[in-house]
Design a protein around this ligand. Structure first.
Ligand code: SAM
Ligand code: MG
Length: 214
């Protein structure tokens, strides 16, 4: 058929999940991607680490770089306190169309603002156009060569404050060695690795949690 993988993931959600039930949306995507077709969602194993870091931080304002189909947006947004918000950035319009539908299916559209564009263009607009003072939590999961430049951009734009937590996915596979070097050897960050495996596989991968010290 002429359908795309994101369209097939959306279909799996519509068929197997309950509207307004984020947990069922997450399970439907994980089950589809584990048994039918791999996709680059953070997935169920690393997702548990994401959940626990997010719960501990309990952010008022969260930023996600790289939405894809909205799997991790749903994971994050379902755990946000009332009045807390997630901004998620995606530059591929075909993915953004699917993500909006998956986020709405989970009933989380009021907690999530999906902004279409390139992270490097949008980060400098966060204060003026989106009324953000700073982020409490940032999930980095876009193209791996953007982790360092976008972290520096967040610093330069004054979007990080003392205690902001950065959580970076795929630091081992496909890998973000320059990013690990940057946060681990930087006195402005306290950094720790959480081992796990690449989504829907047994290949080693993990998340790096880095607290900005100001
Ligand atoms: N966070 C998603 C999840 O776990 O469900 C997966 C995100 S996927 C690994 C990475 C996404 O980042 C892709 O959809 C890609 O189009 C997007 N992307 C990559 N570089 C980007 C950039 N500089 N600005 C905006 N989006 C970007
Ligand atoms: Mg990832």
């Amino acid at each position: 058929t002429g359908s795309s993988r994101p369209q097939r993931m959306l279909k799996a959600v519509q068929k197997n999940a309950t509207k307004g039930d984020p947990k069922s949306v997450i399970s439907a995507i994980d089950s589809y991607c584990r048994h039918k077709e791999w996709a680059m969602n953070v997935g169920d194993d690393k997702g548990l680490i994401l959940d626990s870091v997010l719960t501990e931080v309990n952010p008022s304002t969260a930023l996600e770089l790289g939405t894809y189909c909205g799997y991790s947006s749903v994971r994050i947004a379902r755990l946000l306190s009332p009045d807390s918000k997630l901004i998620t950035i995606e530059f591929n319009p075909a993915f953004a169309i699917i993500a909006r539908q998956i986020i709405a299916y989970a009933g989380l559209q009021d907690k999530v603002t999906l902004v279409e564009g390139a992270s490097g263009d949008l980060i400098p607009k966060m204060k003026e156009q989106f009324g953000i003072k700073s982020f409490d939590f940032v999930f980095l999961d876009h193209w791996k060569d953007r982790y360092v430049p976008d972290t520096k951009l967040l610093e330069d734009c004054g979007l990080l404050k003392k205690g902001t937590v950065l959580l970076a996915d795929n630091v081992i596979c496909p890998g973000a060695p320059e990013y690990l070097q940057y946060v681990r050897n930087n006195p402005r960050y306290e950094s720790r690795y959480y081992p796990s495996n690449l989504e829907y596989t047994k290949v080693e991968d993990g998340l790096e949690k880095s607290v900005f010290l100001g």
